[in-house]
Write a protein that binds this ligand. Structure first.
Ligand code: FES
Length: 112
């Protein structure tokens, strides 16, 4: 990981919950799965809803607007109406802080 960005304390992200942060101007949804923090692009690939308002169920997150499910681990779109994966970001934890790699796994489809 290079140029990782310190975005939050681990304790800011509730277990089974989310926290919206920004990394180099990109909205990012942190998800805490049993004490492991994951990071996804916060903008749903269907119609731009904020994923951090969504619902975590196991290793899935459900968009609060139309209900598409994405894998928290890979960003894969698992159920319609979304068909395009969410970019994911590398995460490290150091001294109780969450560090996010600002380079996403792939370009978000709504990025120009
Ligand atoms: S905006 Fe997320 S499923 Fe439609």
């Amino acid at each position: 990981m290079s140029a990782a960005v310190d975005v939050a304390a681990v304790t800011d992200v509730p277990d089974g919950g989310t926290l919206r942060v920004e990394v180099a101007g990109i909205p990012v949804c942190l998800v805490n799965l049993g004490g492991t923090i994951h990071a996804l692009h916060d903008t749903c690939t269907h119609a731009r809803e904020s994923m951090s308002g969504g619902f975590v169920d196991g290793d899935r997150i459900e968009c609060p607007r139309h209900g598409a499910n994405f894998s928290v681990l890979t960003g894969e779109a698992l159920t319609p109406p979304a068909t395009t994966p969410l970019p994911i970001f590398g995460v490290a934890v150091d001294g109780g802080r969450v560090l996010v790699d600002p380079s996403p796994s792939h370009r978000h489809p709504f990025d120009i």
